[in-house]
Ligand binder design. Structure first.
Ligand SMILES: [Zn+2]
Length: 118
């Protein structure tokens, strides 16, 4: 895994998938890495899980608090950043959330509905 200091993400290959720049380097322990981008609901589930695991993170609303206050915080998208040193345990937590009970609920809901919901 290489690190793009420009986008603050980890990339599998030689070129950053975000900005397309090949100026990637080995990540350092204190590099800030984008962990996940989540909607309001998942963000509010992920946040306490990271806190429980004592992983330091910063949560950044995409819209900024001014706009989010106008259209509602539930419309915002949140980016979670963690230090590279904590990236692996944090990623595990985020992945558990991705494949968590929410997906199963959605499937169960489909089965129990008579017709399409919308
Ligand atoms: Zn980049």
């Amino acid at each position: 895994m290489l690190y793009c200091p420009n986008c603050q993400i980890l990339a599998e290959g030689e070129v950053c998938p975000e900005c397309g720049k090949p100026r990637l380097r080995e990540p350092r322990e204190d590099d800030i890495v984008l962990l996940a981008e989540e909607g309001y609901l998942r963000a509010s589930m992920l946040e306490p899980l990271l806190e429980q695991a004592e992983i330091p993170f910063s949560k950044v609303g995409k819209l900024g608090s001014g706009i989010a206050a106008m259209i509602g915080f539930t419309q915002d998208t949140y980016r979670f950043y963690v230090p590279y040193a904590a990236y692996e345990p944090a990623r595990d937590i985020a992945q558990v959330l991705e494949s968590g009970p929410e997906g199963e609920d959605a499937l169960a809901e489909q089965d129990s509905l008579d017709g399409p919901a919308e």
